[in-house]
Design a protein around this ligand. Structure first.
Ligand code: FHN
Length: 431
């Protein structure tokens, strides 16, 4: 009995001890959160030496490749076709406002010039260039904010010890100094936050590998906010937000849903929200994965995310030659054409007064409520009344007024066949 009571309270104590308990975001940080929520759509990029094998970013763990063997990979990584201009142009044309790229994934390989290790792109690959620097410069030029995905989990460093749930076959000596590893991680974060200009945010992942380790999050979060107060911190730990974080991440699920099993303990908190998703079924480049999601599916996901008051971070896993695969570029272009027309109903909005339903979602901005009908079930739509006097209901971007009736049972809106759009029929309720 004693044990039963003791373990949860010890866990709570450890989580609290890890957190920045007295965190008060600075005005710059609050402003950045506002910007972030208005941006609504970003590009996620998983890129590393693993792309050479075309089998996703978990290949080291999944194929049980030991460290010595994995060390051969950087020799084959020579992305001569990498063009940051092209990447940023693709993101912009898709309507994305920020990019979140892997500075280091679980294989520990730094995609930047780190002075703290030679396990990095400049020291180990024939390419020898700092791709993050190149991307940061282009993003700055083009007004795209740059965020870094940084893995807490590291399958390469010997000091990542004791080992966690994963990376057990990487052939490390079986001993190491955990706090030296954390110092190393803080050191790399310092490099990222001092050498690459203004950074939109740090997106952590991999905490789940050793949930009850002393991650010293408090120290790391303070370091980040001291170096760049406006830098937003998020952590994909699959838990409710921990003090010191600035937005809450969801993976492959809309906030409040848990189809993946990642979000069971990730109750929605009060912070801005973001959900990420892949364009096929892989984060890192996967040669065999042809499960491409359709443009319609991804537009609808963006719309749904906005209806949940969440950003959408859509992933590409560039190829080892440095190009984003053409199938993705095509879909992103198509998404961009849609957003060119309908962006007003997404950017700068917040989740609307009617909670998400099977027929669709609502967003709002100022005195306009955008009703996104994603699956018209009938030629009438009944939505719950939200207690505001309605001035008019129109089809978005037209003067076509729709008939409606507002009474104690809700608002019934006529949806004539000719206004229905198979991706998203958008109505504007002016209040
Ligand atoms: O293990 C990673 C995975 O490789 C990928 O980076 C995703 C992105 O959200 N997150 C992790 C799993 O939670």
């Amino acid at each position: 009995m004693l044990r039963k009571i003791f373990i949860p309270s010890l866990l709570i104590l450890m989580i609290t001890a890890n957190a920045q308990t007295t965190y008060t975001p600075t005005p710059e940080n609050l402003e950045a959160r506002e910007w972030f929520q208005n941006a609504r759509f970003g590009m996620f990029i998983h890129w590393g030496v693993y792309s050479v094998l075309g089998d996703g970013e978990w290949v080291m763990n999944n194929q049980r490749i030991d460290k010595k063997t994995y060390e051969k990979l950087p020799d084959f990584f020579n992305p001569l076709k990498f063009d940051p201009k092209e990447w940023v142009a693709v993101a912009k044309a898709a309507g994305m406002k920020y990019i979140t790229i892997t500075s280091k994934h679980h294989d520990g390989f730094a995609m930047f010039d780190s002075k703290l290790t030679d396990w990095d792109i400049v020291d180990r690959t024939p390419y020898k260039k700092d791709v993050l620097k190149m991307l940061a410069e282009e993003c700055k030029k083009e007004g795209i904010k740059l965020f870094f995905y940084h893995s807490h989990l590291d399958w390469y460093q010997d000091n990542y010890f004791p080992l966690g749930r994963t990376g057990q076959t990487s052939g490390r000596p079986g001993g190491g100094d955990w706090y030296k590893y954390l110092d190393f991680m803080d050191g790399q974060l310092t490099e990222l936050l001092t050498n690459y200009g203004e950074i939109g945010g740090i997106w952590f992942d991999g905490h789940w590998d050793k949930r009850d380790a002393d991650w010293r999050l408090d120290k790391t979060y303070k370091l980040i906010h001291t170096l760049q107060p406006a830098c937003l911190i998020s952590n994909n730990h699959h838990l409710a937000p921990i003090p010191g974080e600035d937005f809450q991440a969801f993976e492959k699920d809309l906030p409040g849903h848990n189809t993946t099993g990642f979000s069971g303990e990730s109750k929605i908190g009060a912070l801005p929200l973001e959900t990420c998703e892949t364009m096929n079924n892989s984060w890192g480049f996967n040669l065999q994965d042809k499960n491409y999601k359709s443009t319609k599916n991804l537009i609808q996901y963006l719309v749904k995310a906005a209806g949940y008051g969440s950003n959408f971070l859509l992933n590409v896993g560039p190829m080892p030659d440095g190009r984003i695969q053409p199938e993705f570029v095509k879909t992103l272009k198509e998404m961009g054409s849609w957003i060119d027309k309908y962006g007003e109903t997404i950017y700068g909005t917040r989740g609307g007064p009617v909670s998400p339903k099977t027929w669709g979602v609502t967003t709002y901005k100022d005195n306009k409520i955008y009703v996104h009908v994603l699956n018209a079930e009938d030629n009438n739509l009944l939505i719950p009344d939200f207690g505001k006097k309605i001035k008019s209901i129109k089809v978005f971007n037209t003067d076509a007024k729709l008939k409606y009736k507002q009474d104690a049972f809700g608002i019934a809106i006529a949806l004539p066949e000719e206004i229905l759009d198979e991706t998203d029929t958008i109505l504007v309720i002016e209040i």
